[in-house]
Design a binder for this molecule. Structure first.
Ligand SMILES: *Cc1c(COP(=O)(O)O)cnc(C)c1O
Length: 365
């Protein structure tokens, strides 16, 4: 049996009538840019994310840029983020004018290690961007305590963590702002690029909205120099159609993770993802560790099971950051994990039979 890594068609087929009607409505209304569909999604997503303001934008990468520009990041500033993640966070720190400072990940949970943050702070540090990687919240109590002590802002990168909670509280509500991606494969995905930045601070929200819309909210009134970063009406309508299903899709991912946990955790050499107490994991990715990762991946792929490595090179060791001359011993956990992590098929519609197939193949290996 072939098991895909993810299957976006299945989700579409399950809500085809709603998606098709949403797209038809946008075309009928000529509501391609801004307009009622975008306004409605911003309201609905703010409510779902339990924040006061949602500023939609073109993608999750722009969301990070908008948040940092609105927080007035400037050359010479240092911004701390995690060593093992997708590159957007680090790259946008650079593009907003600041210097990126990497911190190692936690030994077991893949998120930024608060002790490493404390050690990385200098008089130039202005902010911290934790990433709730794979769908598990970072250690927000510890991170917010450090931020408060050193008077730093916090932007949460929630691109992989829609609806995840830390001690009952929604991710994205701890820091000054939080960013989301609605890339098609994310837990809430558009049918193209889409993103948003959320906040409880009305002034910050207005600043971010202006930055995203050529520096002004009213045509021809440019208060600042902005960029053009828009969520288009079609994507907004699609996201509004999908949003009511997000909670049940998240529960399905969590149920699938339980099946994997139970089936895999007795197998020698397999380390299943560890979830810290009082954190809800929304399993954007189900990522195990294995000492012979490449051979295991080859075995699974040869037997029809698709896997992925998120991410094969930790950020400090990428050519893009060669200028820093980082060494493996500075980021021991990220360096170890980059050679061991393997993401297994995970999507809301995955069947028990598909999961049993994956588990059986790992057992045989
Ligand atoms: C997907 C992702 C982003 C970027 O989102 P895009 O919409 O692809 O620009 C940023 N950070 C993390 C952690 C992501 O997974």
């Amino acid at each position: 049996m072939a098991v895909p890594y993810a299957d976006l068609q299945l989700q579409y087929q399950s809500i085809k009538a709603e998606i098709d009607a949403a797209i038809a409505g946008v075309i009928r209304d000529n509501a391609f840019i801004r307009g009622s569909y975008v306004d409605a999604f911003e309201r609905e997503f703010a409510a779902a994310a339990e924040v006061a303001h949602c500023v939609s934008c073109a993608n999750g990468t722009d969301a990070l840029y908008l948040a940092m520009r609105a927080l007035k990041v400037k050359p010479g500033d240092e911004v701390i983020t995690t060593a093992h993640s997708w590159i957007s966070t680090a790259a946008m720190i650079t593009h907003s004018g600041a210097t990126v400072v990497f911190c190692d990940t936690d030994d077991a949970k893949f998120t930024i290690d608060p002790a490493a943050i404390e050690a990385a702070i200098t008089p130039r540090t202005v902010g911290i961007i934790p990433v709730h990687l794979y769908g598990q919240p970072a250690d927000m109590d510890a991170i917010m305590a450090i931020a408060q002590k050193h008077k730093l802002w916090v932007i949460e990168d929630c691109a992989q963590a829609h609806l995840a909670r830390y001690k009952g509280r929604m991710v994205g509500t701890f820091g000054e702002a939080a960013t989301y991606s609605f890339y098609p494969g994310k837990n809430l995905g558009a049918m193209g690029d889409a993103g948003a930045v959320v906040t409880n601070d009305a002034a910050l929200a207005e600043q971010m909205a202006m930055l995203a819309r050529h520096g002004g909210l009213v045509k021809h009134q440019h208060h600042i120099e902005g960029i053009n970063s828009r969520l288009d009406g079609m994507q907004a309508a699609i996201l509004s159609a999908k949003l009511p299903h997000l909670a049940s899709w998240t529960e399905a991912r969590q149920a699938a993770a339980e099946v994997y946990d139970a089936g895999l955790n007795q197998i020698e050499d397999v380390v299943v993802p560890e979830v810290a107490p009082a954190r809800s994991h929304v399993y954007h990715l189900y990522t195990i560790r294995h000492p012979r990762r490449d051979a295991l991946a080859a075995h699974l792929n040869a037997n029809g099971v698709q896997t992925a490595i998120n991410y094969p090179t930790a950020l400090p060791f990428l050519p893009a950051y060669a200028r820093f001359g980082h060494r493996p011993e500075q980021f021991p956990n990220a360096h170890r994990d980059q050679g061991r992590i393997l993401s297994l098929p995970m999507f809301a519609e995955i069947t028990r039979e598909q999961q049993d197939e994956v588990i059986e193949l790992v057992r045989k290996f």
